[in-house]
Design a protein around this ligand. Structure first.
Ligand code: SF4
Length: 206
């Protein structure tokens, strides 16, 4: 079995990343390089916290089985970029099925990965929480160092497959404006996304 490389695990979260009580499982590694990275340990070799096999991860998160079942909650995979660890998530999910645990599976992702990774998890993830950054490709590139074409085509793929989506659109000091945020929201609405979370990064340069 593959080993999940983690930067942290956060229990008893309510209303921040999926319905009910959730445990955030944060993976190491990310293809982006956001100027105000919220989890810089995901990008640094020193940021590795623990390595778990999917079986060990299952045992670690099972402590909160009662909370998950009582509240309709479950596991939120974040990071870093959790799609990089899609195989480990699949293995974790098959253990859940085997043990008859019907916890919700949420994923917090930039979606900036080849479509294959999204396809792999399409039937496993209940709720996709997508960090859009900005829909404008120039702003996106200036902020993350990468193109956002793949984000938009993956987004369309999820829409076409009736996935539950929350799109997160931040105001990013020094990179976009209120007008840019409005334009991003309009583009997302035109694609058919209804659940849009607009917020501001409170950032410190590092
Ligand atoms: S996507 Fe997240 S983890 Fe990756 S560089 Fe951006 S803020 Fe950091």
């Amino acid at each position: 079995m593959k080993t999940a490389v983690l930067i942290g695990l956060s229990r008893h979260r309510i209303g921040v990343d999926g319905s009910g009580v959730t445990t955030l499982v944060a993976f190491h590694g990310c293809p982006l390089n956001c100027k105000y990275c919220l989890n810089p340990q995901a990008l640094s070799p020193e940021g590795v916290w623990k390595r778990f096999t999917p079986e060990e991860l299952f045992r670690a998160v099972s402590k909160d089985d009662l909370y998950f079942r009582a509240t309709g909650g479950g596991i939120t995979f974040g990071g870093g970029e959790p799609l990089l660890s899609g195989i480990e998530i699949l293995q974790f999910h098959s253990i859940c099925l085997h043990k008859d645990k019907k916890w919700k599976i949420n994923i917090e992702t930039s979606l900036n990965m080849p479509q294959l990774y999204v396809e792999m998890l399409k039937d496993v993830v209940d709720h996709w929480i997508i960090d859009i950054k900005d829909m404008n490709p120039h702003i996106y590139k200036a902020y993350t160092g990468k193109d956002n074409k793949q984000v938009i085509s993956n987004l369309q793929y999820l829409i076409d497959n009736n996935a539950k989506i929350t799109a997160r659109v931040p105001l990013i000091t020094g990179f976009n404006t209120e007008l840019d945020v409005k334009n991003s929201i309009l583009s997302l609405e035109r694609m058919g996304i209804i659940d849009i979370d607009r917020f501001s990064y409170t950032v410190k340069k590092h």
